[in-house]
Design a protein around this ligand. Structure first.
Ligand code: ASP
Ligand code: MG
Length: 409
């Protein structure tokens, strides 16, 4: 029998009415003869409410206690969903992460799943039950409750699908799939029928927040086909899987962007071994994540060194860099926190030349200045002034015909 893991996010279980609607969806799946294991998030806004409650008492609560609190959100929805299923005559049983035994490490608030005990789930399925599991939580070897980081229910669902060798992991959410780009920026953005794990990772890490990044990594590692689809309407959604040889690959799958970027430059640094380390060492020690890095060719023994960080870290990074500048006897430090990163993503570019020049041509036509460029096998990213974001995304969407599907193009 086909086994599907369904995951319903916060909005999909945001009210008792919606929970009943989810139960209807499960009834339909059962009607098709499918076995169903369900993972639910907390009702929308609930996790934020719990975090706020904690902070009314303590600015930085003990992570262990915070997990005990946060895990309650999902416990509410598993019980309500089971009641809704019972009401429709469907046998169902709810489990917290600890009851299943979703074993995690001890990293409270951002725990990683180590093992899942499938015995109880499998015996419930064998007895014809729907199994409803609380997302986002697990338990340590010592029996302490842990949570997996915000958005962690996606990871619970994928991990369960992997452990149960499910046919697919269906992520039901409030959008009907993964789009070529954010439809709020380009209304002609199109839902993709399919996308590879690699592409989805790039899209997700660049700010398209449909799925928790860790869940996509997990799905790729264990080859669990993932499908993002709407819990409100019909439709096939977007399948995230490995590349299939037979399927014609579009050159570009999507355009991702990130508004939260800032750029820092040290000008006139002496060009000698160890400089990159001296500049970035203190930045790393301050726990600041660095994204793009560019070092120019040295002229008269000095060079310019530029890198980007998250906009929230801009001030901190600038302070650190000013100190480094003095130590290294560099000329000056410059910074700009009004930049964005725009990226073309597509596995098809592996086997095609000329994508970058086509991208630069499209931007040039609009008079958009490119400040930095970086490339990987399946991605080309440019850093631009933030005022060009919308224009850049729309002109690239147009230049690469993304509003048309690969078959139509
Ligand atoms: N309820 C948790 C959160 O809001 C986990 C999840 O929804 O995936 O982050
Ligand atoms: Mg979510």
């Amino acid at each position: 029998m086909a086994l599907y893991v369904h995951k319903y996010g916060g909005t999909s279980v945001g009210s008792t009415e919606r929970i009943r609607h989810v139960a209807d969806n499960i009834v339909k799946a059962r009607g098709r003869g499918e076995d169903v294991v369900v993972v639910v998030s907390a009702m929308s806004g609930e996790t934020n409410r719990l975090v706020a409650l904690a902070q009314e008492i303590q600015a930085r609560p003990d992570p262990r206690e915070l997990d005990v609190l946060l895990a309650t959100g999902e416990q509410i929805t598993i019980a309500l969903l089971c009641m809704a299923l019972h009401e429709k005559g469907i046998p169902a049983c709810s489990y917290t992460g600890g009851q299943v035994k979703i074993l995690t490490d001890r990293a409270h608030n951002k725990a990683r799943i180590l093992n899942i005990d499938t015995d109880r789930i499998l015996s419930d399925l064998a007895r014809g039950r729907v199994v409803v599991v609380a997302g986002f939580q697990g338990i340590t070897e010592d029996g302490d409750i842990t949570t997996l980081g915000r958005g962690g229910s996606d990871t619970t669902a994928v991990a369960l699908a992997a452990a149960l060798k499910a046919d697919e992991c269906l992520i039901y959410t409030d959008v009907d799939g993964v789009y070529t780009t954010d439809p709020r920026v380009e209304p002609r953005a199109r839902r993709l029928d399919r996308i590879t794990f690699e592409e989805m990772l790039e899209m997700a890490s660049l700010g398209s927040k449909v799925l928790q990044i860790r869940s996509v990594e997990f799905a790729g590692k264990y080859n669990v086909p993932l499908r993002v689809l709407s819990s409100f309407g019909e439709g096939p959604g977007t399948l995230i899987s490995y590349e299939e040889e037979k399927v014609e690959k579009p050159l570009i799958s999507g355009i991702a962007f990130n508004r939260d970027e800032a750029k820092l430059t040290v000008l006139g640094v002496p060009d000698r071994p160890g400089i990159a380390y001296k500049i970035l060492g203190p930045i790393a020690d301050a726990n600041i994540e660095v994204d793009m890095i560019v070092q120019n060719i040295a002229e008269d023994g000095t060079t310019d060194f530029t890198f980007t960080v998250h906009r929230n870290d801009f001030g901190k990074a600038l302070d650190i860099l000013r100190r480094t500048c003095t130590e290294l006897d560099a000329r000056e430090v410059a910074g700009d926190d009004k930049i964005v990163k725009v990226s073309l993503v597509g596995v098809g570019m592996r086997s095609h030349a000329g994508i970058a020049s086509k991208m630069f041509e499209a931007l040039a036509k609009e008079g958009i200045n490119i400040q930095m460029i970086s490339t990987s096998e399946i991605k080309i990213s440019v850093v631009l002034n933030e005022k060009y974001l919308e224009l850049a995304v729309r002109s690239l969407h147009e230049a690469f015909n993304l509003e048309q599907s690969a078959e139509a193009a």
